[in-house]
Design a protein around this ligand. Structure first.
Ligand code: 13P
Length: 251
């Protein structure tokens, strides 16, 4: 792939642990019904594991892709409660989120384990969306780039730089997730530019998404930045109007 390749825009909805059969059906209907008019952007939805089949069915005739919120690092075996990459592939997933800060912080996922999961996703033919981002304390201490460089470095060490040819990176500052606080354009652009530089020759072609309180009202400003290629949405992806509006802003 040559360096002048134009990066496509990508908007991904991470539903986290929300929804039920009835509300999902409404959300999926709302999104697909309004999809006409969205142009020039790729999109994916990441429902909870148990609703992947429901979403796969609803998105069958849609260009919107399916993704999962996590993956186990092993192929198969005695790992009660876990889901493998092959299972996600089986259900039609194209993407899988790896290293979300809620899993790092609340489920104790270490950087080494995130790297193993990233590797497992690639092995299963999935596109990992690697989340990186600093905490508020790290930012206040001037350690944002150092933190992100380390999180990225552990994965690069495990899989090699070339593996990023089939991967997406998402910058999600922990302090901006679910808080309504958005990184300023300067803060976001600085980190995105840094990530791109860390990816070396893969930098120019890798999609780098911003995540953290993205809403229809602030999406356009973020997408105008040269190194932001789309968004990883939490709350806004649970509302069909907001999700579609953000996709339109990205297009
Ligand atoms: P919010 O958009 O709700 O801040 O969540 C972002 C996120 O964590 C997406 O993975």
């Amino acid at each position: 792939m040559n360096e002048s390749k134009t990066r496509r825009r990508l908007v991904v909805g991470n539903w986290k642990m929300n929804g039920n059969l009835a509300t999902n059906a409404e959300l999926l209907d709302g999104i697909t019904a309004q999809w006409q008019g969205v142009d020039g952007v790729d999109a994916a939805l990441c429902p909870p594991f148990v609703y992947l089949s429901q979403a796969a069915h609803a998105l069958k005739n849609s260009v919107i892709e399916l993704g999962a919120q996590s993956v186990n690092e092993h192929d198969a075996g005695a790992f009660t409660g876990e889901i493998s990459g092959a299972m996600l592939d089986d259900l039609g997933c194209r993407y899988v989120i790896v290293g979300h800060n809620e899993r790092r912080r609340l489920e104790g996922e270490t950087e080494a384990r995130v790297a193993d999961k990233f590797h497992a996703a690639l092995q299963a033919g999935l596109i990992p969306i690697l989340c990186v981002g600093e905490s508020e304390q790290e930012r206040d201490a001037g350690q944002a780039l150092e933190t992100i460089g380390r999180q990225l470095g552990v994965v690069i060490e495990r899989v090699g730089l070339q593996a990023f040819e089939n991967a997406v990176v998402a910058y999600e500052p922990v302090w901006a997730v679910g808080t309504g606080k958005v990184a300023s354009p300067e803060q976001a652009e600085e980190v995105h530019r840094f990530i791109r530089a860390e990816l070396g020759k893969l930098g120019p072609q890798t999609q780098i998404l911003y995540g953290g309180s993205v809403k229809p009202g602030n999406a356009e400003q973020l997408f105008a930045l040269p190194d932001i290629d789309g968004a990883l949405l939490g709350g806004a992806s649970l509302n069909a109007d907001d999700f579609v509006a953000i996709c339109k802003a990205a297009g």
